[in-house]
Design a binder for this molecule. Sequence first.
Ligand code: ADP
Ligand code: ASP
Ligand code: MG
Length: 454
Amino acid sequence: MIVLKFGGTSVGDAAAIERAVEITRSKLPRRPIVVVSALARATNELLAIAEHAAEGQLIAALRGVEALRERHLHECDALLDQSAEADEVRSEMSAMFDELANIAEALSVLGHLTPRSQDAIAAYGEMLSATLVSAAMRRRGVPVELVDAREVMVTDDHHTKAVPQMDGIVRNARARIVPVVERGCVPLLGGFIGRTPQGVTTTIGRGGGDYSAALFGAAVDAEAIEIWTDVDGMLTADPRVVRGARLIEEIRFDEAAELASFGAKVLHPSTIAPAVQRGIPVFIYNSRRPEGRGTRITSEAPRRPVSAIAGRGNVTVVRVHSSRMLLAHGFLRALFEVFERHRTSVDVVATSEVSVSVTIDGPAQLDDLVVELRALGDVSIERNRAVIAMVGAGLGGNSSIMARALGALEGIRVHMISLSASEINLTIIVDGDQLGAAVCALHSEFFPDGAASS
Ligand code: ADP
Ligand code: ASP
Ligand code: MG
């Protein structure tokens, strides 16, 4: 068995869905399980509907519902001819849009959006695409069975970022997915969505379709997990930032995880864990160019000094300056306890003899946290920073990398630099508006045209 996951752009319209069908057909001998995302941009549009409704802008919300209805029915018409089955799919989708409109109306009366209702709305993206893509597969002769992902993906009730419960998922996958494969059919499920043991719909975090695919793959002990997307694989940088970004044919699990958590959106950061635990290789392929070599993520790939560079903006730096620090043991523990009490997770840490600097994702509300930190020293906050991660499993043993990185960044202000304890990630903090320039400068230093990283 293998898992094929098609992201939003890979099921974005009828032409993309046709490609996904053909890719699935070509994999039938390997007994595929298919996981699909919502049509490209649909999740954002659903969340906008939820917000409009809760703000009392019901007309805008219902307009959003109608636009999505039109788009889905249009793609449906392009994929399915006039037939009794096509009518059934159309009416199933229409019923979902009617429900969506009802939820929007209810939200506009309540005037309040909870994470739970946000999930109830967002989940329609994957429910609709799973309905549409499975119908397209059946129409083209691929034996397929639509499985409601919520019957497999058990999660806790941490809405919008619900945590999947592996034991339940394994049990459900054995009952709901494996028998379908054994009948010679392709089980097709929506990614991203789940359900609490009490039956309430949840989602597992933006971009979570990759994570769903990895969890289902782990649950059935798949031979491989294939992530089909809109780029050739994991590249040496985000191709939207660096024009000359190149394909990485093989990358290690730990490197891919690090890159994903520092902004390489091509893979959801949590995807790696279930795959690593069972030693299942993850591949990334381009659904527009299925003949491409793609990227293979495994534990065996070679250790390069720099495999790729990732970055993300909207980072806040918190600095605590204390002349007492050097003498006082327990200072760092006290400091991190403050962050823990405020449930604020810290990404990058750098220390000097008299100060500690940490980064936090997003423009977090820090007032209460800062009050507590002041007991430890002088506190300063810097917003609108960006973090860049240069990732390579062979980075630690190569002392010239940091010097070369700083040389390449000449003219760009560097606020912080830190080598991760595992020594596979050199993180550099720059001004938010310098992110693109800094990533491009580093990329030209470490991946000059035509040469491999050295
Ligand atoms: P999908 O809808 O298939 O899940 P995503 O938009 O989530 O696709 O992820 C694919 C995008 O990730 C690419 O279009 C690309 O712009 C971006 N990306 C960021 N960093 C990288 C990288 N290092 N390699 C490849 N793609 C990257
Ligand atoms: N549709 C969801 C999102 O846009 C999940 C995914 O695409 O992986 O976040
Ligand atoms: Mg994605």
